[in-house]
Design a protein around this ligand. Structure first.
Ligand SMILES: Nc1nc2c(c(=O)[nH]1)N[C@H]1C(S)=C(S)[C@@H](COP(=O)(O)O)O[C@H]1N2
Ligand SMILES: [Mo]
Length: 168
């Protein structure tokens, strides 16, 4: 009986975070490169989720080799999947307002993260993207794999110098 009760209590304790939807998010140790706010379940600073580079590079990532309008040649971009960032923060909305350092902002449908392997590139050809070279984060769609993405809609969503996301 006692063991049964204990295991019940244990199961309940394990189930709770799932019910609440909150998953612990470590605190950043290095400089914060991305702040996420809005309709998110997982936070580490008030109602925001803050990421340093190491946290972002720990998420599920991919390498996208593609031509873009911004470079003369095909380049290799790598970084966390947009879907992995949204999962890490427990995003609950349908859209993400992506804000750049230069005040540029645009809304990206969360459906894009499900339909395409969109990444928030931290690196180009293996090197960290500097703020001077469209860093710290550059939204990269897999243009070469999906030529239909080669248009103004997706170029507009290809935000460079990303610093903040607002999920809604
Ligand atoms: N940070 C930032 N990213 C941005 C923009 C911007 O002004 N700032 N413009 C967007 C738009 S509307 C498009 S069409 C492309 C334009 O890239 P281009 O200015 O190199 O033609 O980048 C997108 N990413
Ligand atoms: Mo644009």
């Amino acid at each position: 009986m006692r063991t049964q009760l204990l295991s019940l209590a244990f199961a309940a304790a394990l189930a709770l975070p799932a019910l609440a939807g909150a998953v612990p998010l470590a605190a950043p140790e290095g400089p914060v490169v991305l702040t996420v706010s809005g309709a998110i379940a997982n936070t580490n600073a008030g109602d925001e989720a803050r990421f340093d580079l190491a946290m972002l590079e720990d998420l599920a990532s991919r390498e996208t080799i593609t031509a873009t309008p911004w470079y003369d040649s095909r380049r290799t971009f790598s970084g966390p999947l947009m879907s992995a960032i949204l999962e890490a923060v427990g995003a609950r909305g349908t859209s993400v307002r992506v804000r750049a350092i230069n005040d540029y902002a645009i809304d990206i449908p969360i459906a894009d993260a499900e339909a395409f392997l969109v990444i928030f590139a931290t690196r180009i050809d293996g090197d960290i993207l500097s703020v001077r070279d469209k860093g710290p984060l550059f939204v990269i769609y897999p243009f070469d794999e999906n030529p239909d993405l080669m248009n103004e809609t997706y170029f507009g969503r290809s935000v460079w110098q990303v610093m903040q996301l607002d999920v809604f």
